[in-house]
Each structure stands twice: as C-alpha cells, then as structure tokens.
Design a protein around this ligand. Sequence first.
Ligand SMILES: *Cc1c(COP(=O)(O)O)cnc(C)c1O
Length: 257
Amino acid sequence: MSAAVGLPEIEAARARIAGMIRPTPVDPSPSLSERAGVPVWLKFEHLQHTGSFKLRGASNAVARLDEAARAGGVAAASTGNHGRALAHAARRAGVRAVICMSALVPRNKVEAIEALGAEARIVGASQDDAQVEVDRLIAEEGMVSIPPFDHRDVIAGQGTLGLEMIEAVPELDTLVVQLSGGGLIAGIAAAVKARRPAVRVVGVSMARGAAMQASLAAGRPVQVEELPTLADSLGGGIGLDNRHTFAMVRDLVDEVV
Ligand SMILES: *Cc1c(COP(=O)(O)O)cnc(C)c1O
C-alpha cells in the first residue's frame, strides 16, 4: 500500500486540467434545504463534459503520461462514464484509446464510445473477458491501463471537485458524496481534510452491493454479491488488490451510509 494522495497532487491536477474540464456550479437547492431543515447545496457536475466527474481523473491521468505511454495508447474495460471520459481525454491529447467490452453491451453504448474517437473492441461475454483483453493489450501491445478509481492521478483529478466545493461554500460543514470504488470520495476527502479538517465527509453507497462498506467492516478489501440496482453508475467492487482507495477512505472518510 502506498502513501495517500495529498493536497499538492490535487492542486497540481487542478492546474493541469484547467483548460480541459468545466468548473461546474454549486447551487443552493431550495427544495432539499426545506426537506432537510438545513441549507443544502448541490454540485452540478452532471454538466461536466461527457456527463460526469470521471473526465477530471481521466484528463489528469492522460496528461501525466510520458512519451512512451502516449505512443502506446490507453485501454480500459469501462463502457460507462469512465470509458466515455477516457475516450474524450485521449482524443484531446492525440492518444489512441481502446475500450474493451463484452458482446452483451448494447449497440448504442458501443456507438457512443466510437463517436468519442475511441476504438471499441468487443470480446467475450462478460466484463471479466473484457478485462482479460485489456490485460493482454498492456502485456503484448505496450498500452497503458487507466482504471476508473484505483489510480493516483485519477484520484487527484477527482479531488479537484473538493477544492471547488469548499471554495464555493465557505460555511460548508458536511459533504455527502456517492461512493463505489472510492476514487471520487478519496480525492475529495484528501482535498477537504487538508484545507478544512473540520468538514465531515460522508460516503453513500447503494444498499445492493456496497463493496467499500463491507470492506471497511472486514478491515480489508472484500467482494460482495452484486444485485440489480437503479444506481447503475455505482456497480463493481473495489478490487481485492486495491492499492489506494480502500486505505484513503478508511483513514479520511468520517462515515459510510
Ligand atoms: C464512477 C461514478 C461514481 C462512483 O465513483 P467511485 O470513484 O467509483 O467511487 C459515482 N457516480 C457517478 C455518476 C459515477 O460515474
């Protein structure tokens, strides 16, 4: 396990991706404030290019590639928000991107990835089969894997959201952040706890397949059964060989619900 991602890496990421991402608004929500009985703000990150915060981490990771890695290109097995973000970031940087996916992935998702300039490679009948192809591209074709959460540059990129939020809301006392693999909340917590240690950071997972919460309870990364859920951006485990996010969430996040 390596040292946690810290504020200097997050500030460097912010400067690096400044022209590549859109700083998104933080707006008060009258209806949620009324229901909660306290002022509630929302970070409008759904307005980010490609539709999610994943562009922050992917842009930072692609921008940090050295010449050899840029020449080899990047690969990932995500067909969701991370795949879209990586495709977009790679095209911008002039780097080849291969997104591997199973034959079960719907045609419209394949087309969306191709429209972003990436090569969609269809392999096998499961996400695991797609990951095997990513591993092969790395071993045999000199490509670099940029995973969706357990990667220092990805975590640092997501952490830029934390800086934007504490700057937009000086009176902030609790941050509620959705949580799956933990790249988002690890980066945010690292930024916020360094700048404003009194702010509480609370992670929210879906009930069906809360891998990080189960891992925290077990004291090590564990696998949980995945069940169908409406929260389909939160699917997937944290990886039994988790290197960064498990320790960061354990050490920096106040509570996981
Ligand atoms: C990826 C993603 C998450 C989960 O982020 P992690 O870094 O895996 O915890 C939550 N919400 C959306 C919209 C996402 O795309």
